[in-house]
Write a protein that binds this ligand. Structure first.
Ligand SMILES: Cc1cc2nc3c(=O)[nH]c(=O)nc-3n(C[C@H](O)[C@H](O)[C@H](O)COP(=O)(O)OP(=O)(O)OC[C@H]3O[C@@H](n4cnc5c(N)ncnc54)[C@H](O)[C@@H]3O)c2cc1C
Length: 267
């Protein structure tokens, strides 16, 4: 859509270009930004000119540049050898109308939009994704993607901070994974996404996204038994109600589907 308040657009090419003037904000793929009015935004700073590599292999892990498109990540994973690769396509397909937006929507944009039903947040929270954030003063810091997202549509990024990349560590890429999703409509936005992984040393990570306002990450030294997991999932706080499902429904489907994930990982 036309953003009628926007009067300036510039394409950032260097880190200095990322300093935002009043009224400016970052744009990556623009699939959300151009989808609704952005009252108060007068200028756009395009991150896609930064030239960040989309995918880099480092120390057995993967660095995903923030401007990597979801389509690029899916294509890379399809040809990869690491055991966790099927989770990438599952999480990308968890996005509503994914085929329409994959080629433009970026991994960083999905994380920074921070919707509860953000498929790339599901992926990164499950694979211990570590966000590298650039501060406007030239500094940087790291925070897990699971902690970066603070609510349905909110995150811990301060004004002017830019997500540079997400690192997925080798131990998570080497894990066995499982995935379940439910939505009220067949092609609708996810009401609950349940994911899990078991590492080579047996440690288990079970994750709830889309059903809770922010990622819920449950960690165990070994896969828990069914009763232990059920108690944990029932006790989670943050299930929410919106037109796509009630909090009680989200809790109930999370209990049932995370048990499916546990059983698949135990097999
Ligand atoms: C048909 C359709 C279906 C959709 N379905 C879903 C869905 O199921 N789940 C979902 O989560 N979203 C969905 N979206 C919203 C959106 O398309 C996705 O979240 C997408 O991944 C956003 O990525 P983008 O690169 O287009 O971000 P943009 O639209 O460019 O930016 C999104 C926000 O993130 C900020 N931003 C982008 N990159 C960075 C960065 N590197 N550092 C700091 N800030 C940054 C921008 O300033 C903006 O506020 C949908 C959109 C459409 C049109």
């Amino acid at each position: 859509m036309d953003l009628e308040t926007v009067v300036a657009y510039r394409r950032a090419a260097t880190r200095d270009d990322l300093a935002l003037a009043p009224g400016e904000r970052f744009v990556a793929g623009g699939t959300w930004l151009y989808s609704e009015p952005q009252v108060g935004t007068t200028g756009l700073v395009d991150l896609t000119g930064m030239g960040w590599p989309s995918i880099e292999e480092r120390d057995g892990g993967l660095r995903i540049g923030a401007t990597c498109t979801i389509a690029e990540l899916v294509a890379h994973a399809a040809g990869a050898a690491w055991p966790a690769r099927p989770l990438v396509a599952h999480c990308a397909n968890a996005l509503l109308a994914s085929f329409k937006i994959w080629n433009a929507a970026t991994v960083g944009g999905n994380v920074c939009r921070s919707f509860a039903a953000a498929g790339m947040v599901s992926l990164c929270a499950t694979l211990d994704g570590d966000a590298l954030v650039w501060r406007p003063d030239g500094g940087e810091y790291r925070r897990s993607v699971a902690d970066l997202v603070t609510g349905n549509g909110t995150n811990a990024l301060a004004a002017g901070e830019v997500l540079r990349a997400i690192d997925l560590p080798a131990h998570a890429l080497g894990a066995r994974t499982a995935f379940r999703k439910v939505a009220l409509a067949e092609l609708g936005r996810s009401g609950a996404v349940l994911t899990g992984r078991v590492d080579a040393d047996g440690a288990a990570t079970l994750v709830i996204t889309a059903a809770t306002e922010r990622p819920t990450v449950l960690r165990y030294d070994r896969l828990p038994d069914a009763a232990t997991l059920r108690r944990a999932v029932e006790g989670v706080t943050g299930y929410y109600t919106d037109p796509l499902g009630t909090a009680d429904w989200r809790r109930a489907v999370s209990v049932a589907l995370l048990e499916d994930v546990r059983e698949e990982l135990a097999a």
